[in-house]
Design a protein around this ligand. Sequence first.
Ligand SMILES: C[S@@+](CC[C@H](N)C(=O)[O-])C[C@H]1O[C@@H](n2cnc3c(N)ncnc32)[C@H](O)[C@@H]1O
Length: 285
Amino acid sequence: MAEVDHHIAQWVRGHLPYLALALLLVWVLRLKGADVRHRWFAFLMYFINKNTKNPKIEELKRDFFSSLGSVASHDPVLRKQNGIKILEIGVGTGVNFSYYPDGSHLIVVDPNPHFANYYNENRKKYPNIHSEEILSLQVRRRTRLRGRGPGEAMTGVADSSVDVVVVTLVLCSVDNVDQILKQVLRVLVPVSPPALGRLLGGKFYALEHVREFDNNHWVRQSLQEWLTISGLWPFLFDGCCLNRDCLAAIRSAGFSKVEAVMSYTPLTSIHFQLIKPHLEAIAIK
Ligand SMILES: C[S@@+](CC[C@H](N)C(=O)[O-])C[C@H]1O[C@@H](n2cnc3c(N)ncnc32)[C@H](O)[C@@H]1O
């Protein structure tokens, strides 16, 4: 058995009381409904982002987003200021500001209204980015709005109007990945020939945790499957699925070019072992 699977088996044994607590939490959340779950998830993301700063992850993200600097905006005013127009889907608390070029114009979408305060607090720290309020604060009701969450609809974002679309840790929890990708292609500007030596617009950046891609790590794979199919993980973490093959979805969405790397995130804590396999993809419309 691979070493990592041994760690996971050990973790499960050592955390049985916590798993029991998780079940209790499930029961309370079931009683209190979707709003409490949205509130809980927004707080959890805020707490994790505030308390688990990891320089290696920051470096990974800095590397990943570094090519944003070579995108030239389709908007002549922004282009003059070296800014670009970015749409971030599933912005959450707003953890990506520091990777965006100065002078950029950021529009954001998120269906969970309880992220708004955290996001608004955070964006005040980045006056160098012209960021807007969260576009839609519509709460998803999983049964009635299935497949029509904001990222799937994005009626407030015009066709061919943004230079770059960003998602980080979002495709795992949307209702319909294919529909989101259709929307990404709709709102991205078409790519023009390089201007002034730089690519003109039309790029999609996705940094996502994904299904274990190495079959040797069958314990992790099985846990990811079981926790997702049972509904336990999605229930606790606002729809998050551990077993999605996001790369296959991106490859078949209709982008003209997809560059992708699958690897393991440098997350050392045992708590994050199930979300270690991750995908870095940059696609061009
Ligand atoms: C794990 S959080 C990631 C937040 C942030 N992108 C980050 O990297 O910390 C997932 C985010 O996706 C959002 N989300 C879930 N379903 C969505 C949908 N259908 N459309 C847009 N955003 C969605 C959630 O509300 C949440 O903010």
